[in-house]
Design a protein around this ligand. Structure first.
Ligand SMILES: [Zn+2]
Length: 67
């Protein structure tokens, strides 16, 4: 079960990035997650902005959530 999650809002399948950015932006130890679309709406951002953040954290190599 560990690696299979769905968005708690819309039920979309989640990728590792979706989970990582949720943990980064919402709650580090979250057990339920939003997909990027729902997360973007929740935070008042657009999907491209969230994707840009994901890329930023991934490229920085600083965040252990994005490895
Ligand atoms: Zn969703």
């Amino acid at each position: 079960m560990a690696d299979y999650r769905n968005c708690m809002e819309c039920g979309a399948d989640l990728l590792a990035d979706d989970i990582a950015i949720h943990r980064k932006l919402i709650q580090r130890n979250a057990e339920e997650f939003y997909c990027i679309d729902c997360l973007a709406e929740l935070m008042g951002h657009t999907r491209p902005e969230i994707e840009k953040l994901i890329k930023y954290y991934r490229d920085s190599g600083q965040c252990t959530l994005f490895r």
